[in-house]
Ligand binder design. Structure first.
Ligand code: PLP
Length: 418
């Protein structure tokens, strides 16, 4: 037998096991799609998510060739299309091109990144700040770098997913306190090992309900129990406080919160985020936060957007005044119409309807009549808290708001909601 024939004989004697390809993943997807289809069909509505827009995040948007009044954007001050901001972005592209093509620690730090970190630290009354590529990564990257298995994190029940996922990644011990229930927080702090490292984490503005964390009481408890505080000020930065410096400014606690995080996807009109803290903490995060180290740096055009937005914000107090005025017009108007509007100190105006079907029907009917609003159902809120989330912008005109309120009246009556 030749050598090659010997090999062939050998191969034939070795049994070959071919495992059937698992279809469990496909079954999972199919079950989900089936669930969604059945669920929407039971209410006779279409899926209201991922609606495609053909224009920027302005007060009027284009969809399917139709103009809609936008009451669902977090572009609170209208900065994403502000001419000064847009000009700065174009200039940055001319100088730096479209991206850094590297992570921050390697070749992804430009003088713009450093400039923004300095200005944001000043804005947040902190020694230093650090940029992340999204707001989500900011929360996650801060928590998972600082906390570990032996540390205890006290987290508000309604905190954003980025906080919850950061705690999971940190494998820290978690104690969830009932939403803004300070007595419950104290109970949990008191029951904790006094020697344990403790971190209280809370949204500054709760994004779905539009209410604020009780920061003064959280600070009081943190001081008494030796805990650190981290706030996710995604919706407070640029919005709350006399100068828009955030929830800490609103409560007179600037410079007293250990870790202040913000996102650039709301007021700052783009994408990204930052944490502001003591210099030594920021230096530690630069080399220990995996979501900072192991991802591409923010493109200079994005950094230029935030820098320009921040400067416009600081130099245009009328924008904040307009935002507050417009939010009040919407709150008063919707309340007068008979909608169950939740009172909030923010431009987020929740209309809880307690039932997904009512929420979807109202959202679609408003779209048909020329108004875009966000339907919020589980898992973003609990099952009984489904709501329509309306947000005001500084740049809405009175005519736009009047039109929207008129459509709310029409549709609310037609659906028997008011
Ligand atoms: C409270 C809160 N935290 C964090 C995030 C995440 O920020 P980003 O979307 O900029 O990643 C969001 C945005 O959805 C948010 O509302």
């Amino acid at each position: 037998m030749s050598v090659s024939n010997q090999n062939l004989a050998l191969k034939r004697t070795v049994p070959v096991f071919v495992r059937p390809r698992t279809d469990a993943f496909l079954v999972k997807c199919a079950n989900y799609l089936n669930f969604v289809e059945t669920y929407l069909a039971s209410m006779n509505v279409q899926n209201p998510y991922l609606r495609v827009l053909d224009s920027g995040a302005e007060t009027e948007v284009l969809r399917n060739g139709k103009t809609l009044i936008m009451l669902g954007s977090n572009n609170y001050l209208g900065l994403s299309t502000h001419p000064v901001v847009v000009k700065a972005v174009k200039k940055a592209i001319d100088i730096y091109g479209t991206g850094c093509c590297s992570s921050r620690p390697l070749a992804g730090t430009t003088s713009l990144h450093v400039e923004l970190e300095k200005e944001l630290a000043e804005f947040k009354s902190a020694e230093a700040s650090l940029l992340f590529s999204t707001g989500y990564m900011t929360m996650m990257g801060t928590i998972c770098a600082l906390a570990g298995e032996n540390d205890v994190i006290f987290s508000d029940q309604l905190n954003h997913a980025s906080i919850i996922d950061g705690i999971k990644l940190a494998k820290a011990q978690i104690r969830v306190f009932r939403h803004s229930d300070m007595a419950h927080l104290e109970e949990l702090l008191a029951a904790c090992d006094p020697e344990a490292n403790k971190l209280i984490v809370t949204d500054g503005v709760f994004s779905m309900k539009g209410d604020l964390a009780n920061l003064p009481e959280i600070k009081n408890l943190a001081d008494r129990y030796g805990a650190w505080i981290m706030i996710d000020d995604a919706h407070g930065s640029g919005v709350m406080g006399e100068n828009g410096r955030g929830v800490a400014e609103h409560f007179g606690l600037e410079g007293e919160i250990d870790l202040v995080c913000c996102t650039f996807s709301k007021v700052f009109g783009t994408v990204g985020g930052a944490v502001a803290a003591r210099r030594d903490v920021i230096e530690f995060l630069k080399f220990n936060s995996r979501p900072f180290v192991f991802t591409a740096s923010l493109p200079p055009s994005v950094v230029a957007t935030v820098l320009a937005s921040l400067r416009v914000l600081k130099g245009s107090p009328h924008l904040l005044r307009n935002l507050r005025k417009n939010a009040q017009i919407l709150k008063d108007g919707l309340t007068a119409l008979g909608f169950p509007v939740m009172a909030t100190p923010t431009p987020i105006i929740p209309i809880p309807l307690g039932n997904d079907e009512k929420v979807f029907r109202l959202a679609w009917a408003l779209e048909d009549e020329g108004v875009f609003v966000n339907p919020i159902v589980p898992p973003a809120v609990s099952a009984e808290s489904s709501l329509i989330r309306v947000t005001a912008m500084a740049t809405h005109t009175e005519e736009e708001l009047e039109f929207a309120l008129d459509r709310f009246k029409l549709v609310g009556r037609r659906l028997g909601l008011i």
